[in-house]
Design a protein around this ligand. Structure first.
Ligand code: IPE
Ligand code: IPE
Ligand code: MG
Length: 237
């Protein structure tokens, strides 16, 4: 079982369009699938689930759609946090939150505080998140913390400042909706992650579809630069 699954939930707009519905109907349906995904991770014992909900580039969308996405986010926080807490889910939101409405920022802070003691599932929502932004904010904070090491900073110096510092790197990355790209998601952390792309649109990505992604992951050989033979030898042989 993957310990950490990271997902780009894509295809809401196309799902709605196929049904002659407004794009926002796809986002509403998409929230339901998030609920299902969380349940599936709890059942399967996946420890970390990280979901890309809104990229730093998504502000470029029509104002109406951005507004509705924000409203959905607020509504989800108001309605779901209690249940997440009861189920032992710790919620975090990563990204540049300063651009969000103060009320939304406050809801996020409260949800994070309320669930801070939970550890059955670490659910992370990436919102106004960009992988490049994350690396740069970490680099800036690292430079401030260790000016004396200028010129010799290491990966280990940077890592504590990255937004996902609390989690192991994703084992499995899933992108729904048919596009085969990373779209500025977790750039640093995906270095050795198994990538799974499916044409299934996010609102159709049910538990069975998730099962297929996990089955694909379980068939892969993760070599981390080694040879296949080395993996079957006992350690230190
Ligand atoms: C993903 O679905 C949700 C967000 C980016 C918020 P899209 O809205 O990108 O759906 P498509 O790609 O247009 O179908
Ligand atoms: C990526 O989806 C971001 C989220 C799912 C939140 P997009 O639909 O915005 O990505 P592009 O524009 O197709 O790369
Ligand atoms: Mg899209």
């Amino acid at each position: 079982m993957p310990r950490h699954v990271a997902v780009i939930m894509d295809g809401n707009g196309r799902w709605a369009k196929k049904r002659l519905l407004p794009r926002v109907a796809g986002h509403v349906k998409g929230v339901e699938l998030v609920r299902e995904m969380v349940r599936a991770c709890l059942e399967r014992g996946v420890g970390y689930l990280t979901l890309f909900a809104f990229s730093s580039e998504n502000w470029r969308r029509p104002q109406d759609e951005v507004t509705l996405l924000m409203q959905l986010f607020v509504k989800a926080l108001e309605q779901e946090v209690e249940k997440l807490d009861r189920n032992g889910v710790r919620l975090r939101v990563i990204g540049d939150l300063s651009r969000f409405d103060p009320h939304l920022q406050e809801l996020i802070r409260r949800a994070e505080d309320k669930t801070a003691g939970n550890n059955r599932l670490q659910l992370t929502i990436a919102a106004n998140y960009g992988g490049r932004w994350d690396i740069m904010q970490a680099a800036n904070r690292m430079a401030q913390a260790h000016p004396e090491r200028l010129g010799s900073w290491s990966e280990a110096d940077l890592e504590p400042f990255l937004s996902m510092h609390f989690a192991p790197e994703p084992d499995l990355f899933i992108r729904t909706g048919g596009e085969e790209r990373i779209s500025n998601f977790l750039l640093w952390q995906l270095a050795y992650t198994e990538l799974y792309f499916t044409p299934t649109l996010w609102p159709d990505f049910d538990t069975a579809e998730f099962g297929k992604a996990i089955a694909s992951f379980q068939q892969r050989e993760r070599r981390f630069g080694r040879t296949s033979e080395q993996l079957t030898e006992p350690p230190n042989a």
